[in-house]
Write a protein that binds this ligand. Structure first.
Ligand code: AP5
Length: 216
């Protein structure tokens, strides 16, 4: 099964992709995580990604398309994947179609996690993750069971993303409206688009997605 999760920054794509990954033995492919790994590794790609991400803009299509084309060929994607943060432009969506056609595969569903923009700044500003294992938390919506200790690995250090400040979030929302939202009619025309209410709590959003997958 191959899925795309669509939605603005903070909609819950990463949260839900991790749950689907475990429940369905699929591979989560987050272009944002890949770019953050490139930033951490240094080098020219990392430097470019750092500047673009901190400005809340999008990386050039050609770089991202190549990254995904190489990634979906890896053995851990054989059982299927969940694209989280890709495609983000109509050009990326068209390139994805071409990649899948070449592999004689297809998308099973494109799931839009629909949210009110007003809620997103709070969601993003409250987000943090374990510095050791990457488990995600939120100041209000998902605190660790013991304050200051990661539920998953017991780590005691946490990090916040550099692009999670209000100014950058506003630029990321604008990029979503201008460059990513036009993908919705693209997939609607193909009969692949399904919408879930991302303003519900996390478990309810998971249930809605599972219902979509049953009917896909
Ligand atoms: P990326 O890492 O993809 O960021 P994003 O799309 O802005 O999405 P986020 O990770 O911020 O949000 P999310 O929807 O995953 O929400 P989450 O589950 O964490 O991209 C970063 C940058 O990389 C881009 O700006 C761009 O520069 C570049 N880039 C990446 N891909 C690219 C591409 N294809 N082309 C070009 N450039 C690209 O949830 C958010 C918070 O809310 C969490 O704390 C969570 O606990 C909480 N939460 C989640 N669901 C709920 C709920 N239902 N109720 C309450 N709280 C919730």
């Amino acid at each position: 099964m191959n899925l795309v999760l669509l939605g603005p920054p903070g909609a819950g794509k990463g949260t839900q992709a991790k749950r689907l990954e475990e429940a369905h033995n699929l591979k989560q492919l987050s272009t944002g995580d890949m770019l953050r790994a490139a930033v951490a590794a240094g080098g020219p790609l990392g430097q470019q990604a750092k500047a673009v991400m901190e400005a809340g803009q999008l990386m050039p299509d050609a770089i991202i398309i190549k990254m995904i084309a190489e990634r979906i060929e890896q053995p851990d994607c054989r059982n299927g994947f969940i694209l989280d943060g890709f495609p983000r432009t109509v050009g990326q969506a068209e390139a994805l179609d071409a990649m899948l056609a070449e592999k004689k595969e297809r998308l099973d569903a494109v799931i839009e996690i629909a949210v009110d923009e007003a809620a997103l700044v709070e969601r993003i500003a409250g987000r943090f993750s374990c510095a050791k294992c990457g488990a995600g938390y939120h100041d209000k919506f998902r605190r660790p069971k013991t304050d200051g200790v990661c539920d998953v690995c017991g780590g005691t250090e946490f990090t916040r993303r550099k692009d999670d400040n209000e100014e950058t979030v506003r630029a990321r929302l604008k990029a979503y409206r201008d460059q990513t939202a036009p993908i919705l009619p693209y997939y609607e025309a193909k009969g692949l688009l399904r919408r879930v209410d991302g303003m519900a709590d996390m478990d309810n959003v998971t249930k809605q997605i599972e219902a979509v997958l049953k009917s896909a």
